[in-house]
Design a protein around this ligand. Sequence first.
Ligand SMILES: *Cc1c(COP(=O)(O)O)cnc(C)c1O
Length: 404
Amino acid sequence: MNNQELIALTEEFGTPLFVYDSAKMTDQYNRLVKAFDGIKLNVQYACKALNNQAILKLFNSLGAGLDTVSIEEVKLGILAGFSPERIIYTPNGVSFEEISEAVSLGVRVNIDNLVMLEKFGSTYGSSYPVCVRLNPHIVAGGNHKIQVGHIDSKFGISIHQMRHLTRIVEAYKIHVNGLHMHTGSDILDVGVFLRGSEILLEAAFHFKELEYIDYGSGFKVAYKPNDVSTDIEELGKQLSVQFKEFCKEYGRDLELAFEPGKFLVSESGTFLCKVNVVKQTTATVFAGVDSGFNHFIRPMFYDSYHHITNISNPDGPERIYTVVGYICETDTFAWDRKIPEIRENDILAFHNAGAYVFAMSSNYNSRLRPAQVLLKDGKAHLISRRETIEDLLATQVDVVDLFS
Ligand SMILES: *Cc1c(COP(=O)(O)O)cnc(C)c1O
């Protein structure tokens, strides 16, 4: 969509507004599938990135599986039409009751600690297959806030606990049909994946009934023009060779699974907001927009960079701005950013707004969540409406007599 079409959408649906391009999601999905041509590939969309039913249905229609991290996400996946065996449930720190519920729903279960695995074994024995999440202790990506594979990480069963792990598996005759790792986000280096893979595939020989190896995710996407991103085609080439050799030695053709969130949806999303005020202070020029970290927390939470363009004045002279929100707390989207001259009522576009943006939004400051629109075949479809004040009160109980 060009700038004029995006501005037209803000007139139709109001600001702020999330716009997602289904063609971009489809392209990313197809690109990954193509990179692993000749491999039994299973791309499971990590729906915590963006959990609208329309998005889940899109990926279901493409033939994707679904990666879920809570029982609620499992239920959303089933509701969107995924068959349970296409859903993998990869929780961390949940109760055994929740794991049992996932079993009763028939989804793939991925266990990431020995205590739960032992309970699983004593409850289900060999009657229900299970995947085991290993921590290969690969440190991936530059941003420590999104690394999950390091030695202090709460995720996974340490590769150094292999003896303990196999002892539990043998004692309860647990049917381990999958091995899993997920080492974090923004892994740029194909070599890091290959090293993780080597460790995982070596561990795989401890288990005789494997059907799949799940490499999790962590692909880095471009966050600005000319930014570096994971070379998916190169990864496909190199990992396929390694994986095929392993399958031959293992004696069975296994499925190779991934769980991308960011890779599939980040770049498809654009967040549009309106400039309320341009405020010159002694030190800087602030552009204040009709949104805040209630809608878009990533810059404040992870120091993440989101490219911002002024679609109302794309050819204006560039000036330096600090773009801030309307939340009554420090609420900065971008520091000292060069942007074409910003005027009141201009529409700013925040890029890479597909993953972990709406999904992490809140009602802080009693603000309403924006509408979301999905583009398909040149048409804009509303996939969630803007909230109303009634939505803010929907779960509150009116204790009529308490203070009268
Ligand atoms: C968050 C998560 C993913 C997706 O990670 P991205 O960086 O968005 O691709 C995949 N698997 C698991 C287990 C996760 O927790």
